[in-house]
Design a protein around this ligand. Structure first.
Ligand SMILES: [Zn+2]
Ligand SMILES: [Zn+2]
Length: 229
């Protein structure tokens, strides 16, 4: 708290998008926040963008995902896409913290229920070494700070180095992630967990993570993502 206040006193927030003065404690101005790309409607279960919001989209009603709800902060376009790229591919950690703060604001606007624990989607050791950080773990850490210390832990481990999902067609993505994750140890028997990731595309990775958590006794798993592609 004190450190946060000191930081704000010495480094007043500056909008990372337009360079003007930021909002209290957030590196973004009110104008840029209101211009961020939103989904017009979505499937409440998987977050898929639709013209209007529905409980289940066609795909979810064919095969229910292991997660109960998806809370996408934004659409993967425009400034959100640029901030994600700055964060993930150029190691701009301030952009990552801003994305976490923007997602925290959006989650409270959407009324997302508060889970017992946040768990980031893990990277395989080899990719972690190559990139130097796991973007989902940093998002979980910054979300925790933005949401009055909501607990988070990297309890999931990627035991198999799966081919990058973007290189595969949608039907290849499900088998690609089967058995790819293991749970390390869940602190305090959480009943309700939110999985954290930067961008959700087909949701196969998140579904497999949710399946592993449910199999270990977690009753409800929600998905929190900065953006839905
Ligand atoms: Zn701005
Ligand atoms: Zn759906």
């Amino acid at each position: 708290m004190i450190l946060g206040r000191l930081r704000t006193a010495f480094f007043p927030p500056v909008c990372l998008i337009c360079g003007q003065a930021g909002r209290a404690a957030i590196d973004c101005c009110a104008g840029c926040i209101s211009d961020l790309p939103h989904l017009s409607g979505r499937c409440f279960r998987c977050g898929l963008e639709l013209d209007r919001s529905v409980k289940l989209c066609g795909r979810c009603s064919m095969a229910l995902p292991a997660f109960a709800a998806t809370w996408p902060g934004f659409a993967y376009q425009e400034e959100i896409e640029r901030l994600v790229r700055r964060f993930k591919f150029h190691g701009d950690l301030a952009a990552g913290r801003l994305l976490a703060n923007l997602l925290a604001l959006r989650l409270s606007e959407l009324g997302a229920p508060r889970p017992d624990l946040l768990i980031p989607v893990p990277l395989h050791r080899r990719r972690l070494l190559w990139r130097g950080f796991n973007q989902s773990a940093l998002l979980a850490r910054d979300l925790s700070a933005a949401m009055s210390g909501l607990p988070w832990t990297s309890a999931l481990e990627r035991v198999r180095n799966t081919a990058a999902q973007v290189q595969l067609p949608a039907d290849g993505r499900v088998s690609n992630v089967r058995g790819a994750f293991r749970i390390d140890r869940l602190p305090g028997k959480p009943r309700f967990v939110a999985l954290v990731d930067d961008v959700m595309t087909t949701g196969s990775t998140l579904n497999e993570c949710a399946r592993v958590l449910r199999a270990s006794g977690v009753e409800r798993v929600d998905v929190w993502v900065v953006a839905r592609a």
